[in-house]
Design a protein around this ligand. Structure first.
Ligand code: NAD
Length: 332
């Protein structure tokens, strides 16, 4: 399947400059990109975002809406979000509800936001520290993916995107899984634009199969059930992608226990994650995470549709009750 036209993958920023040249735009920009030349396109029409998870709230949305009103942003303005997943989530949500919806373009600047947070057209803000409780599903006018812009991200925040990339390839493409492992362990360099393109392509295949998230799109939740619980661990929490990496390892261990995944495949995944430097252990005892899982927004009654790997490149979705999850977790 081709990547949809609104997703533009480019090795540099020239095309974005062309696209925005004569447009009435306003940008929300991650503070860490304050000195990036791309900001010049917007002149004074920029608001900087201090991207921490704490600001992904309705209060911030209200505060930004006031700024946009003061700065004359109206229904003819294109709201452009430039930054990691926090900035693009805020921009997408704000654009969806400001004046009942204005046009929006996104320029994700972390690997995680390029292959995951923006391409699903979902956005969201947190409520009482519960992740993405309020949000919309709305396709932006464009999503501009430029691998070059991620070069300034820290290794630690890059790991978040690597975890999501490996997750995507674990769902559907063992060949690209191996390429990504080789690339990020330094065994063999691959074209990052190609890895991003393939990850986005698979993401899109899955989203297109199931835009409302009742079927195949659940696959994208591989590693996310425990991942989200780890993100809510208070002081011991981990950022999204790293938490997902641990969640994938837990799901793989559960799959071995259930006879769905060979021990050898588990060992390979575990070894790959360790070599890349991804975390594999939860920061708190596993059993203390099951309380948070009971509040997972993807639960249906007392069931979670759990994504379990059955090999590298294949997965299965199993409805598991909270009691079944508790029993499995305490046997790991
Ligand atoms: N909407 C969705 O479907 C979806 C999916 C996955 C994740 N998310 C959300 O994405 C967020 C995490 O996104 P993220 O990992 O991109 O993190 P982020 O937005 O927190 O960015 C991580 C850090 O990198 C900095 N940064 C961003 N781009 C940079 C660059 N080019 N150079 C230097 N520094 C840069 C930021 O200022 C921040 O300090 C979470 O809030 C998560 O809930 C949303």
């Amino acid at each position: 399947m081709a990547i949809p036209e609104h997703i533009i993958i480019s090795k540099d920023m020239h095309r974005l400059e062309e696209m925005l040249k004569d447009r009435r735009c306003f940008a929300l920009v991650d503070n860490n990109l304050r000195h990036n030349p791309i900001i010049e396109i917007f002149g004074e029409r920029v608001l900087f975002v201090e991207a921490t998870e704490d600001i992904k709230t309705l209060d911030t949305i209200g505060m930004f809406a006031v700024h946009l009103l003061d700065r004359g942003v109206d229904r003819d303005t294109l709201l452009v979000g430039i930054g990691g997943g926090i900035t693009t989530d805020i921009t997408g949500f704000l654009a969806a509800i400001y004046m009942r919806g204005i046009r929006c373009g996104l320029v994700p600047t972390t690997l995680l936001s390029q292959i995951d947070a923006t391409v699903g057209s979902k956005n969201g803000v947190n409520v009482n520290h519960y992740k993405n409780i309020l949000g919309t599903i709305r396709t932006p006018e464009f999503i501009y993916l430029c691998p070059e812009v991620t070069l300034s991200t820290s290794t630690s925040s890059n790991l978040n995107g690597i975890a999501e990339m490996l997750k995507i390839f674990m769902l559907r493409d063992p060949g690209y899984y191996q390429m990504a492992v080789d690339h990020y362990t330094g065994r063999k360099q691959h074209d990052l634009t190609d890895l991003i393109r393939r990850a986005v392509e698979i993401h899109y295949e899955i989203v297109e199969e199931d835009p409302e998230e009742w079927g195949a799109r659940r696959l994208l939740n591989l590693g996310h059930t425990f991942g989200h619980a780890i993100e809510k661990c208070g002081e011991m929490s981990m950022p999204h992608g790293k938490a997902v990496a641990v969640g994938i390892i837990i799901a793989a261990r559960m799959a071995v226990k259930m006879g769905l995944l060979k021990e050898a495949d588990f060992q390979r995944i575990y070894g790959d994650f360790c070599m890349i430097g991804l975390p594999t252990q939860p920061p708190v005892p596993l059993t203390s995470l099951t309380g948070a899982i009971r509040k997972d927004k993807k639960k249906v009654g007392n069931v979670i549709y759990f994504v379990l790997p059955t090999g590298i490149g294949s997965t299965v979705i199993k409805p598991l009750t909270f009691e079944e999850i508790d029993a499995l977790v305490s046997s790991l």
